[in-house]
Design a protein around this ligand. Structure first.
Ligand SMILES: Cc1ncc(C[n+]2csc(CCOP(=O)(O)OP(=O)(O)O)c2C)c(N)n1
Length: 785
C-alpha cells in the first residue's frame, strides 16, 4: 500500500502566509449576552458561585498556613500551596463551557479547575444520573452530617453533592481517606475520573500529551467528547508540550489518510498568569509576546487560536464555547491563551521578590470576581428569570459558599487518615481483561488476517510471533490499537508490525512524529479513557526521552488516583547489542524502569513467550514495558496456532540441573543454555532459570532452584552497575542465604558504553563462553567427571 501523499517541491518565489490571531475579540456587555440568549440569570450566578468557591478554598489555605483560620485554629496543614487566587475566571469560564462527556486535565495549580469541574458536572447531569451519583457517594453524606431521605428535590440533591464535592476536595488536600484520591494524590494530583477530571499534574507540561491521548480516544468511541487541557504559560515551552501540539495537529487525522476525517478534539488552554515560577514568558524565557504564536508552528494555516481576557469570566466562556463549535466540526485542535494573573507567589513559601506592588495592584484593579459582581449588579435579565441581581443576593451567595467551605473543612479535618495498610494498595490493578465488552469485541478488519506458516516442526520466528500476538489482540478487541514511529507503512524498524496497516487500516495502526515523550503520554491518556494502546519505541535507548511519561505518568496514575483508574497500555521496545550500533542504540536499560514502582516489566527470550506474554500484557490492566531483544527476532521456536497466554510474573526453567543455577532473561537465556551444554560435557549440571518477567519477579522459582543447587550466577546483557541483576542477587540473599555454599556471581556487559567495533563489542557483551569461564573460576564442583 503506497501512501497517497506525493512529495514534490517546485522552486517558485513566494512567501508563506499565516492567518491572524485575534486578541480580545470578545467585547460584549452582559446585557448583549442576555439579549442574544446566551446566558441566563441562573447560569450567571453559577459562574459567580464557582469563583467564590475557588477563592474561598484558597483563602482558607492562606489563613490556615498563617495560623489565623478561625474555624480550624490548631490545624497543621502539611502539603503544597500552589494557589490560583486571581485566576478564578479562567477556571470557571472555561470549564463551565464544556459538556457532560468532556474531560479536563489540569496542573499543579489546579484547585480551581477541580472545583469547577465537579461543580459544573453536578449542574449538567440529568436528574436520574444525579440521583445515582448521590447514591453512589452516600457514604460521604454521613461524614458531613447529612442524610439521604430519598425525597430530595433536584436543588437539594445538587447541594448535597456540592457539599460532598467540597468535602472530598478539602479532604484530599488534608491527606484524608475520604479525599478524591484517598489522600495519596494530594492537591497537585487531584482527580475525579468519574466526573471527567483526568487529573492535575505536578510535572509541568506532563499532562498535556495525556490530554491529547484522551482526545484521540474519542475516535474509537461512540460518544464525542473533547478535552480541555489547562496548563500554565511556563508549560508551553516544555518539549513534551510542543510534541503534543504536533501530535494533536497531525494531518492524517483530517486529510483522509485515516478513514475518520476528524481533527483531534482538544482545546489547549494556556493559563497565562504571567509567571512560570518567577520566569516570565514575555520578555525573558521565550522569544514571543504571546504564546498563542506557537499555533503557527503546527498547522499550515495556523491552528485556530486566540488571546482571551482571562480576567473576564464571560470572555473566557465565550471563547471556549466558540472553540467547541470548531471542534465539533472536526476542525480541532484549538489553542487559547487566557491572560490572567496569580496574586500569590508560586507557593506560599515564595518571597515574591521578583515583582512589584504596582503590577499586582494594576491586575487587582481588574479582579475577576469584583469586576463580575459589578457586571451582575447592572445586568437586566428577562422578567421570568428574576430580572435583576441585588447586592444582598450576591452577599448571600458569598456567605453560603463561605459557610459551606468552612463546614466542609471542619469535617475534613475530623476525617480519618488512610489506613496504614492501604499504603501500597492501588499500585497495581489486579484486573485482567478476560472478556471483551460486546461493543468492542471482534471488530471488522479492513483485510483478512493472514495465517503465518509454521515450518515442519511448527516453528516461526519471534518477529512473527510478536506480530501474531498484536494481530490476535487487535482482532479480539477494537480498543487495542498500535502506534509509534514508522510502524505503519514501514512496518517498524525491525519489520515487526509489517502487515498491520493493511489488516486494520490507519485508524488503528498509525505513525507518529519523532516524539517519544508525546507518544507515550498519548498512550497514557488513551489508557485512562478506555483504550488499550500498544505504543512502540524503536530502541530502548530512546525511552530516556520519554522517562517522565513512563515513570511519572504511566507508572503512577493508578496509585496517585487512589485506584480510581488503571493504565492498561503496553510499551514495546527493543534492547540489546551485538550489531555494532554503539552507545545510543545497543543498551539494555531494563533497570531504568524496574526501579519505578507501578510498572510491569517483561523481557522474553523465546518466540513462544514473545507471543504468549505480549498477549497477556495487552489484557493486563497495568502499564507493561515489553522488552524485545533485537537479535531474538530471527530465532525460531515452536509457537502454537491455537490461542494461548503466558502469564506475567512466572519464570520458566529453561533447562533443569542440580549443581548451579543460572538466572537470566532475554538474549542471555540462549547463551545460558549453551553454557549449560558446555558445562554438562564437563560433568557440571546447570539449571537455567529464564525469569521472563522482571516485575513482578517470580522469586519462588529462583529460590527453589538455589535451594537445590547452592550456587547461583545471574547474567544479562545490561551493564552490571546498579542493574537488575543486583536486585535479583539481593532477593536471593534475603530468601536463600542459608542454602548458598558460595558467593553469588553476576555477569553482565562491562560497566561502560557499548562500542561499535566488532572486537570491542564482543569484549563488551557477555556470552556463553564468558559465562562458562566465570562459573569455572568462581565455583568448585565436587563431583566433576
Ligand atoms: C518538569 C518540571 N519542571 C519544573 C518544575 C518545578 N515547577 C513547578 S511549577 C513551575 C512553574 C510552572 O509555570 P507555569 O506552567 O506557568 O504554571 P504556574 O505555576 O504559573 O501556574 C516550576 C518550574 C516541575 N514541577 N516540573
Amino acid at each position: 500500500m503506497v501512501k497517497e501523499i506525493k512529495s514534490t517541491f517546485e522552486c517558485k518565489k513566494s512567501s508563506l502566509k499565516f492567518k491572524e490571531i485575534p486578541v480580545c475579540s470578545y467585547q460584549k456587555s452582559i446585557d448583549d449576552e442576555i439579549k442574544e440568549g446566551v446566558i441566563t440569570r441562573k447560569e450567571a450566578l453559577e459562574l459567580l458561585e464557582q469563583m467564590y468557591m475557588i477563592r474561598e478554598l484558597e483563602n482558607m489555605l492562606v489563613e490556615i498556613k498563617a495560623g489565623i483560620y478561625k474555624a480550624l485554629p490548631d490545624f497543621n496543614y502539611v502539603g503544597p500551596t500552589h494557589l490560583s487566587i486571581g485566576q478564578e475566571a479562567t477556571a470557571a469560564g472555561s470549564i463551565s463551557s464544556i459538556g457532560i462527556d468532556d474531560y479536563i486535565t489540569s496542573s499543579h495549580r489546579g484547585h480551581g479547575d477541580a472545583m469547577a469541574k465537579g461543580y459544573n458536572m453536578i449542574k449538567l447531569i440529568d436528574d436520574e444520573d444525579l440521583l445515582k451519583l448521590l447514591k453512589s457517594r452516600e457514604k460521604y453524606l454521613e461524614a458531613i452530617g447529612e442524610v439521604f431521605s430519598g425525597n430530595e428535590l433536584r436543588g437539594e440533591i445538587e447541594e448535597k453533592l456540592l457539599k460532598i464535592h467540597v468535602y472530598r476536595m478539602i479532604a484530599e488536600l488534608f491527606g484524608k481517606a475520604d479525599g478524591y484520591c484517598r489522600g495519596v494524590g494530594g492537591g497537585m494530583h487531584i482527580a475525579d475520573f468519574e466526573l471527567g477530571h483526568l487529573g492535575a499534574n505536578a510535572i509541568v507540561g506532563g499532562h498535556v500529551p495525556i490530554a491529547v491521548g484522551a482526545a484521540i480516544s474519542s475516535r474509537y468511541k461512540e460518544k464525542d467528547s473533547l478535552v480541555l487541557c489547562l496548563a500554565g504559560d511556563g508549560a508551553f515551552s516544555n518539549g513534551v508540550v510542543l510534541e503534543s501540539l504536533n501530535i494533536a495537529s497531525m494531518e492524517q487525522f483530517k486529510n483522509g489518510l485515516m478513514s475518520k476525517r476528524f481533527g483531534v478534539p482538544i482545546i489547549f488552554g494556556i493559563v497565562n498568569n504571567q509567571y512560570a515560577m518567577s520566569g516570565q514568558s514575555r520578555g525573558e524565557i521565550t522569544g514571543v509576546d504571546f504564546l498563542t504564536r506557537r499555533a503557527a508552528g503546527f498547522e499550515t494555516e495556523l491552528m485556530h487560536s486566540e488571546v482571551v481576557d482571562g480576567m473576564d469570566v464571560l470572555a473566557v466562556r465565550d471563547s471556549v464555547k466558540r472553540s467547541k463549535e470548531i471542534i465539533k466540526k472536526g476542525n480541532g485542535p484549538v489553542l487559547l491563551e487566557f491572560m490572567t494573573y496569580r496574586y500569590k507567589g508560586h507557593s506560599l513559601s515564595d518571597p515574591l521578590t521578583y515583582r512589584d506592588r504596582e503590577e499586582l495592584n494594576q491586575w487587582k484593579s481588574r479582579d475577576p470576581i469584583a469586576a463580575y459582581e459589578e457586571k451582575l449588579k447592572i445586568a437586566k435579565f428577562p422578567k421570568k428569570q428574576g430580572r435583576i441581581i441585588t447586592d444582598a443576593e450576591i452577599k448571600a451567595l458569598n456567605k453560603k459558599v463561605c459557610d459551606r467551605n468552612t463546614a466542609m473543612a471542619q469535617y475534613a479535618e475530623k476525617a480519618a487518615f488512610p489506613e496504614n495498610n492501604s499504603i501500597l494498595a492501588f499500585l497495581f490493578s489486579s484486573k485482567i481483561e478476560e472478556s471483551v465488552p460486546e461493543e468492542y469485541a471482534k471488530p471488522v478488519t479492513k483485510n483478512p488476517v493472514p495465517k503465518y506458516k509454521r515450518d515442519a516442526s511448527g516453528m516461526i520466528n519471534a518477529r512473527i510471533a510478536v506480530r501474531e500476538a498484536i494481530i490476535e489482540e487487535m482482532s479480539r478487541d477494537k480498543r487495542v490499537i498500535t502506534f509509534g514511529e514508522d510502524i505503519a507503512d514501514y512496518g517498524g524498524a525491525f519489520g515487526v508490525t509489517n502487515a498491520l496497516l493493511k489488516i486494520f487500516g490507519r485508524d488503528r495502526v498509525f505513525n507518529v512524529s519523532i516524539s517519544e515523550a508525546g507518544m507515550v503520554g498519548a498512550a497514557v491518556g488513551m489508557a485512562m479513557t478506555g483504550i488499550r494502546p500498544i505504543v512502540e519505541i524503536m530502541y530502548n535507548d530512546f525511552i530516556m526521552q520519554a522517562l517522565d511519561q513512563v515513570g511519572n505518568q504511566a507508572a503512577k496514575w493508578s496509585y496517585m488516583s487512589g485506584g480510581q483508574i488503571s493504565v492498561p497500555m503496553v510499551l514495546r521496545t527493543t534492547i540489546g547489542g551485538g550489531k555494532g550500533y554503539a552507545g545510543q542504540h545497543s543498551q539494555s536499560l531494563e533497570a531504568l524502569v524496574t526501579h519505578i514502582p507501578g510498572l510491569k516489566v517483561v523481557a522474553p527470550a523465546t518466540p513462544y513467550d514473545f507471543k504468549g506474554l505480549l498477549k497477556s500484557a495487552v489484557r493486563d490492566d497495568n502499564p507493561v514495558i515489553f522488552f524485545e531483544q533485537q537479535l531474538i527476532y530471527n530465532s525460531l521456536g515452536v509457537v502454537p496456532e491455537e490461542e494461548y497466554l503466558v502469564p506475567i510474573g512466572m519464570a520458566s526453567i529453561a533447562k533443569e540441573g542440580k549443581d548451579i543455577t543460572i538466572v537470566c532473561w532475554s538474549y542471555m537465556v540462549e547463551h545460558s543454555i549453551e553454557a549449560a551444554k558446555i558445562l554438562e560435557a564437563e560433568g557440571i549440571s546447570a539449571e537455567v532459570i529464564d525469569i521472563r518477567t522482571l516485575i513482578p519477579l517470580d522469586v519462588d522459582t529462583i529460590v527453589d532452584s538455589v535451594k537445590k543447587t547452592g550456587k547461583v550466577i545471574v547474567t544479562s546483557q545490561e551493564v552490571s552497575q546498579s542493574g537488575f541483576m543486583a536486585e535479583i542477587i539481593t532477593l536471593i540473599q534475603e530468601h536463600a542465604f542459608d542454602w548458598l555454599d558460595a558467593p553469588i556471581q553476576r555477569l553482565g556487559a562491562l560497566d561502560g558504553i557499548p562500542p561499535s567495533a566488532q572486537n570491542l563489542e564482543s569484549l563488551f557483551l557477555p556470552d556463553a563462553e564468558k559465562l562458562v569461564r566465570v562459573i569455572k573460576q568462581k565455583y568448585q564442583f565436587k563431583h566433576r567427571s
